[in-house]
Each structure stands twice: as C-alpha cells, then as structure tokens.
Design a binder for this molecule. Structure first.
Ligand SMILES: [Zn+2]
Length: 383
C-alpha cells in the first residue's frame, strides 16, 4: 500500500513536470499562406513586401553592448550625438545594457538622445550559466531587468523592447517564452554564418526557422509573434565569419584607418549590393576607444552613409517597424522622424550599497530614489 502510494506520487510528479516543461507545440515548416505580415514572417532571405533591392532602405544597425558608464559615454557623445541621416532624421543606435556598474543617469541621457535602450541581463555571469538558463532564470535576468532599467533610468517600460543574451548564447525556447511574458518584441542574439549573402531578414518564430544554429540550444517550439533579428556575420580578413566586429580574428591594425574603412565597406557592400538585409555593426565601445584607426574609420563610414539617400542608421525597433509594414524607399523618406518624449531625470547618487553577490560596496547614479541595497537577481529594485 505504501509502495503503491509512493509509485502514484512519483507518476503524478513525472506527468506534472512533463506538462509544465513541454506545453509548447513543436514548430512546423513555415506556410507562406498562413504566415503574413505584420505579425508573422517566415525565415527567409526574401525582401519583405517583395520589393526590389533598389526600393529598399538599407538599414544600418549600430549596436553597443554591456554597462553604460562615464568612460564609454564619452565616446558615444563624441561620435554619435547630433548625427543625422540624409532624410534629416536623427540616427538610431541601440544599446544592449547589462546592469552591473551601469550609470542610470547616463542611460536616461542616451534615451533622451533618441537611442534605443535594450536588455543584456542583470548578472552577465558566464556562458554556461546562460546555456542552461530555463524560463525562470530568464525571467529573473531579463523580465526583471526591464523593471529595473525603466525604474532607475526613469524611462517608459514600453520603450524597452529588445534583448541580447550575453556571449550570444542561445537558451532554446526559454528566452522567447520569457519575451512573451515580459512583453518584449525581439531578440538579437542569434548569429548566422550561412545566410550572409543574401542575408537573412528578420522573421518570427510562429514556424520553424531555417537559420543555422551557431550557439545551441536554438528554439524548437512555435512561439508566435516573437521576432528574431539575425546577427548576420561579417567576413574577416582571412575569410572567417564573425558575429561581432570585435570577435573577428583577422583584423586591420589598430592605427590603420584606411584598412579599417575598406574592411567595413567590404562587409557593407554585401548587404547594399545584395538583398539589403539590415547591416549589423555590432561592437563594444572599448574596441572603438582603444583602436584609433577603427574609431576614425567608423566616423568616416558614418559620414559616408549619412550622406547617402538610401541608407539609414536606425534603432533596431525602427527597422522592425519597416519590416512589419514595408514601404518603398520613396515613401519611407517622406515619413516623419521618430519622436522621443524627453524622460526627466531627478538624479541621485547612491551608496555605499551592499550587494548580495560580492563583498564590494557599490555606488550607483540613478534617476529615482536610492535603493536600500544594490539591485540584483530576485531583487531588481534593491528593496
Ligand atoms: Zn556582453
């Protein structure tokens, strides 16, 4: 009798955990007839709206990862602020921000400059940790970070719509399930080296993805409405693919401005002269700061594309707006520029704050009342 009860309990446990883990339906091959814009798109290299390449605005996605602080904001102010596209609209740049050591007064400043503020986790610990991350862990790292970021930078929660997982480590279905619960729109973690020429356009996970899986596990379930912005790899000087510019193996010398400029153009050309899939320029500020040749070449590249009538530096979210409702170039340039309602910051300097993960005491610049302890996993407001 006792054994029967134990066996019964065991069976209930197994069934219950199977249900909670596997409620997601497996994704099926994409059906173009059923999957239509604006909310569904099959993974493919076909241009949205079936436009011809010359009718497509070439979007450039410049993104920076990790914490925002007084050191890196100097570069941002210097090379990005007050820059405009050829249609007179301010350029867009997206920041995938991790929490530790981030100065939220500066995040508020970046937001008010019109740039996109997005998520890169609270802890940013290590690759294995994210590789094994289940739904609950992803909720703690990203859904909570959305609350944290919005609170301390005093920016609207609704303005935060994207994420990049540290180390470009995919987590299977869990990050996309989390996105749904947290009201996030897109992920920009997933590299592709197979679909670079022509490039893979952003798509949703309603159906099976054709994308190559570089950092498994990749999603297998049908996750309606979750957008994937593929990180289309660059080709380095030895013809190796690299998803982040600073992860390339063979690069021009740090003072070689011409070499860097040519390197950037060669990669840009593949998009601009191809199917015009968004051109990603994914990098860390430290790389730009410490390599004068790259810094000058990046400025030269931006000066060049900012004067081209069919190339636009935009926030990742703005690029997705176009993908969801594709219009020809002529119509696109007529559109009004994005408007950012300024988010007011009442600055506060907080600290020393005790943190749960380190002996170290933390100091924190925020646009809110000071937290009681250093905000961290499970306690995003530092209460
Ligand atoms: Zn990072």
């Amino acid at each position: 009798m006792k054994w029967a009860l134990l066996l019964f309990t065991f069976i209930v446990f197994v069934v219950a955990s199977a249900i909670s883990a596997d409620v997601l339906p497996l994704a099926e091959p994409c059906d173009e007839e059923l999957c239509k814009l604006p909310d569904c798109r099959c993974s493919s290299t076909v241009i949205p709206g079936n436009l011809k390449p010359h009718e497509v605005p070439q979007f450039v996605l410049l993104t920076f990862d990790d914490g925002v602080n007084v050191v890196n904001v100097a570069t941002y102010r210097d090379i990005l602020y007050k820059r405009k596209n050829s249609n007179e609209c301010p350029i867009g740049v997206s920041f995938y921000i991790s929490h530790e050591y981030t100065n939220y007064e500066l995040v508020n400043e970046l937001y008010n400059e019109g740039f996109e503020i997005a998520l890169h986790s609270i802890t940013h610990v290590n690759q294995t940790y994210f590789q094994e991350a289940d739904y609950d862990r992803m909720m703690l790292e990203f859904a909570d970070q959305k609350t944290l970021m919005s609170h301390f930078a005093a920016i609207p929660e609704s303005s935060i719509e994207g994420l990049r997982i540290p180390f470009l480590q995919m987590t299977g279905n869990s990050s996309f399930q989390m996105m749904k619960s947290a009201g996030l729109r897109y992920d920009i973690t997933w590299p592709t080296t197979r679909y670079t020429d022509p490039g893979l356009w952003p798509y949703t996970l309603d159906y099976q993805s054709i994308q190559d899986c570089i950092t498994p596990p990749c999603p297998s379930a049908s996750l309606p409405g979750a957008w994937v912005v593929p990180m289309i790899a660059w080709t380095d000087l030895s013809n190796f693919p690299c998803a982040m510019v600073d992860a390339c193996f063979s690069l021009p010398g740090s003072n070689d401005e011409d070499g860097w400029f040519r390197f950037i153009i060669d990669n840009f050309e593949r998009h601009y002269g191809g199917n015009r899939a968004p051109f990603g320029f994914f990098i860390h500020e430290g790389t730009v700061r410490t390599q004068p040749g790259l810094r000058r070449a990046l400025i030269r590249f931006m000066d060049m594309i900012n004067s081209m009538s069919d190339v636009f530096m935009v926030n990742t979210g703005e690029m997705l707006d176009w993908v969801q409702n594709p219009v020809p170039l002529g119509e696109y340039i007529q559109k009004p520029c994005r408007l950012t309602t300024p988010a007011r910051c009442r600055p506060a300097s907080c600290g020393p704050l005790v943190a749960p993960h380190k002996e170290e005491l933390f100091y924190m610049q925020v646009c809110a009342r000071c937290p009681r302890t250093y905000p961290w996993l499970g306690n995003p407001l530092g209460e």
